[in-house]
Design a protein around this ligand. Structure first.
Ligand code: PEP
Ligand code: MN
Length: 338
């Protein structure tokens, strides 16, 4: 931490800041210039609240030098984390595709979608059985019945399952049916839930909150990692901005930023990021070009009658064509799709 004192800070104020820093356990290095005094405070206290220093008399600015997250940081682990689930790797050289409908709507529907996913060469089937909906009057998901259908469809086509968990009480119900627990954007800071998921032995896909900074997102990952579960992937799904022509604003730059700050794999979800069907393929292509380790894409064969997120679902043929385009982009970067 670097503490910059005000130009007119008195000796008494400077000494006051030094003694407070020492009291908090920091090693203090003072550098006195003609005009400014700067204090370097060294000590690994990832959760230190810098406001405690900012409010002291004579202090002008305080800067944190080390990130407040540790286990999630690239400093802690230099090599990329590769999550292995059966024969699928996320975070390695291949870009993993997760695709499927927003919601599991019926056994027949998820089987039809799983067939498309398998045909594309993708290995992971998505579909929500417990749905976080903005309106209490919207379809809330089929619950455990939906989990049975998605597992059955995935097993039939040799796919993995990723499905959303919204609350602690659903963990045990979902556990036998899924390979990856999805934590939705609205639950990124549901600390009770993510702590509990940190105690499980299944991979977690942590979506970025609607208004979460990258640091807050990584801090949530830290909750899971610090509880023992090391298989965490981060999913950029768009953030809330002033823009209204898209459902959310796809923060493409989050992909290289997270890759620099963290060793965890990054998934991109162009479907929720844009919310509009024709904007999904360009952003999917951009995500692969930006280095995403996986993509999550919503598909539906009758989007007009979909029970959730129809307007952002790709029709099967568009999706299959997109995968072919993604292969070309991945290939140019020395990577493979699936
Ligand atoms: C979803 O994946 O269908 C979903 C609800 O995502 P998010 O949490 O990103 O809104
Ligand atoms: Mn959806």
């Amino acid at each position: 931490m670097v503490v910059i004192l005000k130009n007119n800070a008195s000796e008494e104020q400077i000494n006051g800041v030094i003694s407070q820093l020492e009291k908090y356990g920091f090693q203090v290095h003072v550098s006195k210039g003609v005009q400014k005094t700067i204090i370097g405070a060294i000590g690994v206290q990832p959760d230190f609240d810098t406001r405690k220093i900012r409010i002291l008399d004579g202090v002008s600015e305080v800067y944190r030098v080390t990130a407040p997250f540790k286990l999630a940081s690239r400093d802690f682990k230099e090599d990329n984390t590769i999550i292995k689930i059966k024969d699928v790797e996320i975070g390695g050289n291949n870009v993993a595709i997760m695709a499927g409908p927003c919601s599991v709507e019926s056994e027949d529907q998820i089987f039809r979608m799983a067939e498309v996913v398998a045909k594309s060469g993708a290995k992971i089937l998505r579909g929500g059985a417990f749905k976080p909906r903005s309106s209490p009057y919207s379809f809330q998901g089929l619950g455990e019945e939906g989990l049975k259908y998605i597992r059955k469809a995935a097993d039939h086509f040799g796919l993995l399952v990723v499905t959303e968990v919204m609350q602690i009480s659903q963990i045990d119900t979902i556990y036998p049916y899924t390979d990856i627990f999805q934590v939705g954007a609205r639950n990124m800071q549901n600390f009770a839930l993510i702590k509990e998921l940190g105690n499980t032995d299944k991979a977690i896909m942590l979506k970025r909150g609607l208004a979460a900074t990258i640091e807050e997102w990584l801090m949530s990952a830290e909750y899971i990692l610090s509880n023992g579960n090391k298989d965490v992937m981060l999913c950029e799904r768009g953030i809330r901005t002033f823009e209204t022509y898209t459902r959310n604003t796809f923060d493409l730059s989050a992909i290289p930023v997270v890759h620099k700050k963290s060793h965890l794999p990054v998934v991109a979800d162009p479907s929720h990021a844009t919310g509009i069907r024709d904007q999904v393929p360009p952003m999917a292509r951009a995500a692969v070009a930006a280095g995403a380790d996986a993509l999550m894409i919503e598909i539906h064969d009758d989007p007009a009658n979909a029970l959730s997120d129809g307007p952002q679902a790709l029709l099967p043929n568009t999706y299959l064509q997109l995968i072919e385009e993604l292969k070309v982009i991945a290939n140019a970067l020395g990577r493979k799709i699936n």
